[in-house]
Design a binder for this molecule. Structure first.
Ligand code: PMM
Length: 278
């Protein structure tokens, strides 16, 4: 079986080098960049700038999934993301949308999005898997337990790598059973989602248990609390150094795509690392 970064293509992107997904949160309360992006025009500008900086995918999100966050009604989520998705897709960018709601998935695919990124692994909305199957779109299945509101209390594992792997494989099996094509699936162990800092570390060290499953692996480490725990930096916006170290580490361990806030810096880090390998 091919490992994560040996798979030739996913979502139309060749995986011959680690790909960078830029995070564009269009929410008033995202944990690390809350309030920075004011309205659709500013978000569109920020997305275009990320593409200029070398992002391969722009991940647009209209619902905060930070620990303790409460769910946003799908209509509000759609009002936030659709103008941004439409403009970025029209500009020719590869757009993914971070959503758990089938109605939002349908609307963003109609607006030109390419990829659905579901932090619930298509478990939140019972209509989501059938929709993704019918639309034949690439999908990221992320692992978490509970919901953003409840997940912190569910971070109890005896063997975090084995349990997250098994639970993620169950999501993959459910997706396949719903008719989603194998070639469209990417997986993500969900760093920080129902994981304590020590468990997030263990998952990154244990990444080969995921990269060997035959699906591209996506990893989101950017500015997350485990970096704060390791470095002692309480402010998310001061975790760039740790985020770069973790992104390069994840890519070295076979992650095909990294999801980041700081696109320009991550692209530079990957370019330098790759040129030194040659
Ligand atoms: N992390 C966040 C949101 N969405 N999606 C995937 N696939 N993987 C992640 O690790 C992930 C995600 C939370 O981070 P943010 O609030 O900065 O977007």
């Amino acid at each position: 079986m091919l490992t994560s970064n040996e798979i030739p293509y996913w979502a139309g992107l060749s995986l011959d080098r680690p790909r960078v997904m830029g995070i564009l949160n269009v929410t008033p309360d995202s944990f690390s960049d809350g309030g920075r992006d004011g309205g659709p025009e500013a978000a569109i500008e920020a997305g275009l700038a990320m593409a200029e900086d070398g992002a391969d995918i722009i991940d647009v999100g209209g619902e905060s999934t930070r620990p303790g966050a409460v769910a946003v009604p799908p209509e509000i989520e759609q009002d936030r993301v659709i103008p941004v998705v439409r403009a970025l897709a029209l500009a020719g960018l590869c757009v993914s949308v971070d959503t758990r709601n089938a109605a939002t998935m349908r609307a963003v695919l109609d607006a030109g999005a390419t990829i659905i990124n579901d932090v619930s692994g298509l478990t939140h909305d019972p209509r989501a898997a059938a929709l993704v199957a019918a639309r034949s779109c690439p999908v990221v299945l992320m692992h978490m337990r509970g919901t953003p509101a409840t997940m912190n209390a569910m971070a109890t594992y005896r063997d975090v790598v084995a349990e997250v792997r098994a639970e993620l494989l169950a999501r993959v099996e459910a997706a396949l059973a719903a008719g989603i094509a194998r070639k469209n699936i990417a997986i993500d162990p969900g760093i920080g989602f129902a994981k304590l800092p020590e468990q997030s570390r263990a998952l990154l060290r244990g990444l080969p248990a995921f990269t060997g499953l035959g699906y591209p692996v996506l990893i989101g480490v950017s500015r997350k609390s485990f970096i704060g725990a390791i470095s002692g930096e309480p402010r998310a916006d001061r975790r760039l150094g740790g985020s770069l170290a973790a992104a390069v580490f994840a890519a070295l361990r076979g992650a095909a795509i990294v999801r980041v806030h700081d696109v320009r810096e991550t692209v530079q880090a990957f370019r330098v690392w790759h040129s030194l390998l040659e």
